[in-house]
Design a protein around this ligand. Structure first.
Ligand code: NAP
Length: 286
């Protein structure tokens, strides 16, 4: 048995963040522009707070300016909309992140639709997703974009492969399927109503798990030689670390390449957010 290639998202993200840092330095030296990312953080979801804090640290390390606009979980939609309008109009802000999920009383698609698409570095506003469907330039959702980037950096071919995406959320499964299609994969999307899931996953050359259920993809659901990308991030109470949607040990016996959890897909998200923010600043400075 040949062990699979471990797709190291931590190391790859570090390389990308260093590349972004060097490009930020050059841009600032040439034009005086400091790429800046603003985050709207509404509510008290601990995972969102952790993510925004990680983003702030990554920005600081890359020389990217970072501003966070916190709102309480009882803030009104109008207050958040007003902040968004202010950030849209501020030329010193190049990228805006509206942290998901917003409090339940807010209409998330409506708020995201108010964002200037040129600043949607998180790539999840309806207009950005629509442009992706239409094959027009847009910022791509950071986690799916990171999964594609990881495969490319390891030289794994995508074109002509059968990619099976399990999960169809707006932030992950759907944009990932569209990006794989853009890379000329043949794409199947599965979801909670898919009967005989294993029959379909066994056909995958590239299996992308985007569900949020610990270890639900098992060895018997995979074809030998498959490339496995596991976006799942699941808390398991009796373990001291989080696990993915794929049973890593079992899958490693058949896969040719696989992402670990943690340290696979996860770190790529912030790296892609940094990359998109740089791009937004470069575009604005051009
Ligand atoms: P989500 O919105 O809950 O979507 C989950 C998807 O999985 C849905 O489309 C659902 O189908 C599908 N699903 C549920 N049970 C299934 C089953 N038994 N068989 C097949 N499909 C099933 O979740 P999400 O936001 O996309 O996140 C998914 C996972 O990715 C989570 O673990 C999350 O933490 C992780 N994640 C990681 C990152 C990162 O690493 N940076 C970023 C985003 C998300 P239906 O549509 O039919 O309900």
């Amino acid at each position: 048995m040949i062990p699979p290639i471990l797709l190291d998202g931590t190391a790859t993200a570090k390389t990308i963040r260093a590349e972004v840092g060097a490009a930020v330095k050059a841009l600032t030296a040439e034009t005086g522009v400091v790429p800046t990312l603003a985050a709207i953080l509404a509510g008290d979801d601990p995972a969102s707070q952790t993510y925004v804090a990680m983003k702030e640290r990554a920005c600081a390390r890359a020389g990217i300016g970072s501003r966070t606009f916190p709102f309480s979980s009882t803030a009104s939609q109008a207050e958040v909309a007003e902040c968004l309008a202010m950030l849209n109009a501020d030329p010193s802000v190049h990228g805006i992140l509206v942290q998901h999920p917003l409090p339940k009383h807010m209409d998330e698609p409506a708020i995201l639709s108010m964002m200037d698409p040129a600043k949607d570095v998180d790539g999840i506003a309806p207009i950005s997703l629509g442009r992706l469907v239409a094959g027009l330039p847009s910022y791509h959702a950071c986690t799916p974009a990171g999964m594609i980037e990881l495969m490319k950096r390891y030289g794994l071919p995508i074109a002509g492969k059968h990619a099976v995406v399990v999960g169809r959320s707006v932030i992950l499964g759907k944009p990932l399927a569209l990006l794989l299609l853009q890379e000329n994969a043949t794409v199947t999307i599965c979801h909670s109503r898919t009967p005989n899931l294993a029959e379909i996953t066994r056909q995958a050359d590239i299996l992308c798990a985007c569900v949020g259920k610990a270890n639900m993809i098992t060895r018997d659901m995979l074809k030998p030689g498959v490339v496995v990308l596991d976006a799942g991030y699941n808390r398991v109470p009796d373990r001291n670390h989080d696990v993915g949607d794929v049973d890593f040990e079992g899958a490693s016996e058949v896969a040719s390449a696989i992402t670990p959890v943690p340290g696979g897909v996860g770190p790529m998200t912030i790296a892609m957010l940094m990359k998109n923010t740089l791009l937004a600043a470069q575009t604005g400075a051009a």
